[in-house]
Design a protein around this ligand. Structure first.
Ligand code: NIG
Ligand code: FE
Length: 399
């Protein structure tokens, strides 16, 4: 399939800004990107789609979601709004454990349908690649059930899907060492052999896994050739960020409690620092110091952390806007953080950018100014969304 897209008033690649741009797409990938009036001869006869003089941005990448779960935690949200602590609710057997109980009671089919509907909401906002974690199963069979749901989503969704096995918390009734052993000796090998997960993530924090347990799990994952990533420094400072950098993790996520030392460790490594503004603001935690991290040389990404507890956030745009206002990034930096850097947090350099060789995933903004999508709060003017050069959402008319 060959196609040329023209009528792009403003394009962010995301690092450069082009006016009156065009691109050519072949077999789902960009093969040429540039000014429309310099379209090379070779592409001039290809079928054309005129985007109507609109702005275009790279497809957004959401590198951290817990999309598969049942039930909601409205009651807990109300309790927390009255001042109860997330940590105390979790320690008392609520929080993540409440979602585990609801998820256990739901059928595989119901979990699939609900997650698919959520993914559609993300698609309508321009999320063209999405990481999806397990983690609300805990027990081996239940975790595998969630990974099977994610595999089905990967097959059926328009988006690129990146499946992750998450060690979330120790289930009630298990000795800590027994659970860690089961995770390393049963779940990780099974996920690796069946291809059900590409990465392993650990919630390394107070109330979840210790630094030692986290190291054991991550080393087991590496020995099975799985990529690794971490929930790090959200509630307490545990040393997880440095461990992520040391072990070559794809990303260390949350980072509310990180110190300049942690940023140095990330800056010297290939590990991306993924900020989750939804969880920080919703749990009333200190907002991650995005500006200082960026200046320290950390590759900063932004993700929704969509989940029913700490971040029932459906909007990547709001995540970027919060990071601009509270984390002091510029609009252009926030965009890089939710596209190019977010893709690196999935180990992918062919997503989240508009460059020859990358997947032709892009968002058409219903404005001549592409960044109007970031300027308008709670009403981003998205005209249409394309994945691999194919229209997947919104209007197909240029009018
Ligand atoms: O990324 N922090 C741990 N895990 C999730 C929250 C899960 C939940 O509250 O259900 C997070 O914030
Ligand atoms: Fe999370």
């Amino acid at each position: 399939m060959k196609q040329v897209f023209t009528g792009i008033r403003e394009l962010y690649t995301p690092r450069s800004r082009l006016e009156h741009a065009a691109f050519a797409v072949q077999e789902g990938r960009f093969v040429w990107v540039g000014a429309q009036d310099s379209l090379p001869e070779a592409y001039r006869a290809w079928p054309r789609t005129d985007l109507g003089g609109r702005g275009v941005l790279p497809g957004l990448v959401d590198a951290h979601t817990h999309l598969v779960y049942a039930g909601n935690r409205l009651d807990e949200y109300m309790q927390r709004a009255r001042g109860e602590r997330y940590e105390a609710i979790l320690a008392a057997g609520g929080g993540i454990y409440a979602t585990v109980r609801a998820t256990l009671a739901a059928s595989e089919e119901a979990l699939y349908e609900e997650a698919r509907a959520r993914a559609q909401i993300f698609l309508a906002q321009g999320v063209t690649a999405i990481e999806i974690k397990s983690g609300y199963g805990l027990l081996p069979e239940a975790e595998l059930k969630l990974l099977r749901v994610i595999r089905r989503l990967k097959k059926d969704l328009a988006q690129h899907v990146f499946p992750t096995l998450l060690a979330h918390v120790i289930p009630k009734g298990w000795a800590r060492s027994q659970y860690v052993q089961m995770f390393c000796q049963e779940l990780i090998p099974e996920a690796a052999q069946t291809g059900l997960a590409e990465a392993v993530d650990v919630f390394c924090d107070e109330g979840a896994f210790t630094l030692d347990e986290t190291r054991q799990i991550l080393e087991a994952a590496l020995s099975h050739n799985l990529r690794i990533k971490l929930h790090a420094e959200q509630i307490a400072h545990t040393g997880a960020t440095k461990l992520a950098a040391e072990l070559g993790a794809l990303s260390a996520d949350h980072l509310e409690q990180t110190t300049p030392d942690d940023w140095q460790a990330l800056a010297k490594s290939s590990t991306v620092g993924t900020l989750l503004p939804g969880a920080a603001v919703i749990l009333r935690k200190p907002f991650p110091k995005a500006r200082a991290m960026w200046e320290a040389g950390v590759k900063v990404a932004i993700a929704t952390d969509h989940n029913p507890g700490s971040s029932p956030l459906f909007s990547p745009w709001l995540g970027m806007q919060l990071t601009v206002s509270l984390g002091h990034l510029s609009l252009e930096e926030a965009l890089v953080a939710h596209t190019e850097h977010a893709a690196l947090a999935l180990g992918r350099s062919d997503l989240g950018i508009v460059e020859p060789g990358a997947w032709a995933d892009f968002v058409v903004v219903d404005s001549v100014q592409a960044l109007e999508a970031l300027y308008r709060w709670c009403h981003s003017p998205i005209h249409s969304v394309y994945i691999a050069g194919r229209w997947v959402w919104g209007s197909q008319s240029v009018l």
